[in-house]
Design a protein around this ligand. Sequence first.
Ligand code: CUA
Length: 313
Amino acid sequence: MLERLIHGNSPDNQSIMTLMTGFGVFAVVVAAVIFLACAYFIYRYSASGHPSEVPFQRDEAEGALEVKFGIFALCTVIVLGLISVKLIWRMDSEGGEAEQKPDIEIVGHQWWWEIRYPQSGVVTANVACLPKGRKMKVAIRSADVVHDWWVPGLGRKMDAVPGRTNTFTMEANETGQYEGACNEFCGAQHAWMRILVKVVEPEEYQKWLEHEGQDAEPPGGESAQRGAQLFQSYSCASCHQIRGTDAHAHIGPDLTHLASRPTLFAGMQPYSRQAIKDWLRDPQKIKPGAYMPNFVFSDTELEDLSSYLDGLK
Ligand code: CUA
């Protein structure tokens, strides 16, 4: 991840890293001057080396040296601030016209990310897909508290603020997986609000969109069919959506293609049927504080439900 961070695979990431490196070098130079001056004065005016000499006393009326230093520091802060603001403005201006519809909508939830592709009706969670080499306009908001979307390899961070929509862009020059995380403390499971962005070739992106846009696979096999009935009869359907069924809620993550995601519970575990079962048995044991209630399912029910959910490819 560090390697990705430093080399940068997106234009925004490159600009940010260039700016950061410049600031870093400047800070090192300033620190070096200060430390060298300290060392010189310690040596030059040490009491042991110059027992008889009266230390240098500055004439108060000579001119306010402190004011000069103060002005220098203030100018430095203003110049560095302007350079940063200019970069932010440039990135903002590249976000397209205000009326241009976003390619992706992100909604921060405690503690997962809802990711929507409004132009194709796709809704997914925690794992986003981007086509390589295309600047995607993103609109981000929150369903509860302030979250912060940050995928370092793809550039800037953006807060998800309740009652407000922020926009930014994401673009990558290279295919691959880009990891990120929520970067604003948002409660008990803040640390487990991971992000995975898959950057793929444009053709593959189209295929992904088509697949994600389809309704859920009907349950195959008796166990999965029983699972599908359980899903509708328990209150699963009042929080989750599975497109192509009667479940249309958006309180919890959309599960239409759950089994095709590489991870579960916002990046906590790699995808597996066993992990789904463990989760259904006791969600609080895996993710304390999560809003998924414990339904106390029987072993047969766990078998059937996990069989159904595992078929949602
Ligand atoms: Cu969401 Cu921290």
